[in-house]
Design a protein around this ligand. Structure first.
Ligand code: COA
Ligand code: MG
Length: 306
């Protein structure tokens, strides 16, 4: 995982040149060029070619990281997708509808072969896993820490876990995702929290899922701030208007940054002590970790400033 977490990751349909161009003009930390659900079946082959061309033209100069969402293992199209886009050196691969860690392991092995075949560094293509789109996927999340420990090569590729509820909702035949006040129904809360906990347990980014009502910036802001409060470090976007809102929500405030710098300075001054004090409050390891996390997010923000 890179030091600076990705705050905003904007989905861009793989078959839309217009949206690809538009995506490049946003402040998103990453674009996710989509070969899956946003592309109609008859345009799939064309989308692969367009995404490869876009990667080849832009990978080295785009201000955003360029990721690609491939089709799910169960679709039978995943390996062809990977083979088609890997020569464009995507920043990483977004893997949808994962049923268990075993899927990740299979994809990691396929990537090893492709990387070797193309003279790329083995392990150089990270994965962002959409871990809650199937009921089996949600149920398997508690097994990730053990599986990741047993499979260190695939675990090293894992950059983050994210969650989605549209496909889960369809798989369940559920009719309602939220209650009247907008709070998630329990099944979707379970999906969201399982993703958050599994990501933290294996030490990768937890990325909050999409908010589909893209005209409602106020609700998006509230949702993104809640997500950051809970420990998510970024959020998926589907529309350019969502990017700034998400970046703002996941950028530490000046007060948080100042606090984090003072915590780090207090530990430096305490020269190796595990516990010290700041303004009359005890601070120990958890506070230092919080402070370091805040400063990592600041480094992303700083790197994006002109
Ligand atoms: N990436 C880049 N540009 C986008 C964009 C996206 N995700 N979504 C919209 N835009 C562009 C539009 O092309 C339009 O540009 P234009 O004025 O030059 O034509 C502009 O932003 C404003 O778009 P707007 O008219 O508000 O929305 P729309 O009706 O064109 O598109 C969606 C609405 C939902 C179809 C579109 O946002 C979209 O395709 N989102 C991504 C869908 C996706 O990838 N889903 C899979 C993950 S869940
Ligand atoms: Mg989907």
């Amino acid at each position: 995982m890179s030091a600076a977490p990705l705050r905003s990751l904007l989905f861009v349909p793989g078959d839309s040149e217009r949206k690809q161009a538009k995506g490049l003009a946003t402040a998103a930390d990453a674009l996710i060029l989509d070969l899956e659900d946003s592309v109609a079946a008859e345009r799939r082959a064309m989308a692969r070619a367009m995404v490869l061309e876009f990667l080849q033209a832009q990978s080295a100069r785009a201000p955003q990281q360029l990721w690609v969402r491939v089709n799910a293992l169960a679709s039978g199209r995943l390996f062809e997708d990977l083979a088609a886009v890997l020569p464009g050196r995507p920043a990483g691969i977004v893997l949808p509808k994962v049923d268990s860690y075993d899927d990740i392991e299979r994809v990691a092995r396929a990537l090893e072969a492709l990387e070797a075949g193309q003279g790329l560094l083995i392990g150089s293509t990270p994965l962002l896993v959409i871990a809650t789109e199937t009921p089996a996927g949600v149920l398997s999340l508690p097994s990730y820490p053990q599986a990741a420990a047993a499979h260190s090569a695939s675990a090293r590729r894992l950059a983050g876990l994210t969650w989605g509820m549209e496909d889960l909702c369809a798989a369940l035949g559920a009719r309602v995702k939220t209650d009247g006040a907008g709070a998630l129904r329990p099944t979707f809360q379970l999906a969201r929290l399982s993703c958050l906990l599994a990501a933290a347990a294996i030490g990768v980014q937890a990325i909050d899922g999409v908010y589909v009502d893209f005209r409602d910036g106020e609700s998006l802001r509230r949702q993104a701030e809640e997500a950051r409060g809970d420990g998510f470090s970024g959020k998926l976007a589907i529309h350019p208007d969502q990017v700034e809102v998400i970046n703002a929500a996941f950028t530490p405030t000046d007060a948080e940054t100042a606090w984090a710098r003072r915590v780090v300075a207090a530990f430096e001054a305490a020269a190796g002590a595990g516990v010290t004090q700041l303004d009359g409050q005890m601070i120990d390891r958890p506070h230092l970790l919080q402070a370091q996390r805040i400063l990592e997010s600041v480094s992303r923000d700083g790197s994006k400033k002109p």
